[in-house]
Design a protein around this ligand. Structure first.
Ligand code: MTE
Ligand code: MO
Length: 171
């Protein structure tokens, strides 16, 4: 009898934990659209992100006035753009240094990044497209968000990414 009560209590606890956790992403789930000056503009699925090298970084940043450290898991924004095939004009010297990436959230919130800051042979900033935080899928910030290891504040950590667009930037 006692054991049965313990069992019921444990299953209830398990149910509470599962419902409190964010929905796990399935490989076939849509995540965001990559568009603009790329060879292969397309709607990305979670499986497309899983096909890229996995990165993990502990990032400390101010969000909403408080400092916190989060273990982020995802891929490099550079790898996403590289896989999409950045279109550059070979006739323009260092055309990559003119290019701007616009990341937009489902709420219309935006932040830009320059390809110069992301490119491994220039800034090499390991800006991430994140799909998990502290070992769990993102909940209200998901399915994916940006995380910038060098930033002091979370302003560029665009959550709920809807689109990632490579623009010509300077002409
Ligand atoms: N889509 C979207 N992303 C966003 C914002 C927003 O309003 N919309 N706010 C930003 C700001 S100002 C901060 S400080 C961080 C906060 O992230 P956190 O909730 O993980 O601390 O998210 C950023 N990302
Ligand atoms: Mo913020």
């Amino acid at each position: 009898m006692k054991q049965r009560h313990l069992c019921a209590a444990l299953s209830l606890l398990a149910a509470i934990i599962v419902s409190a956790n964010a929905q796990a992403l399935e490989p076939g789930d849509d995540v965001f659209v990559v568009s603009g000056q790329v060879e292969h503009p397309k709607r990305y699925k979670y499986s497309d992100l899983l096909a890229l090298p996995k990165t993990q970084q502990n990032i400390t940043y101010y969000g909403g006035g408080s400092l916190s450290t989060t273990a982020f898991t995802g891929v490099l924004l550079w790898d996403v753009l590289n896989a999409a095939g950045i279109v550059l004009d070979p006739l323009i010297k260092n055309d990559i240094l003119r290019r701007v990436v616009v990341v937009t959230g489902t709420d219309g919130y935006k932040s830009v990044f320059t390809l110069g800051e992301l490119a491994p042979n220039f800034g090499g900033n390991q800006v991430m497209v994140v799909y998990a935080a502290n070992g769990a899928p993102l909940d209200t910030q998901g399915p994916t968000r940006i995380a910038v290891p060098t930033d002091k504040q979370g302003g560029r950590f665009v959550s709920n990414i809807a689109t990632i667009k490579v623009t010509r930037g300077l002409q």
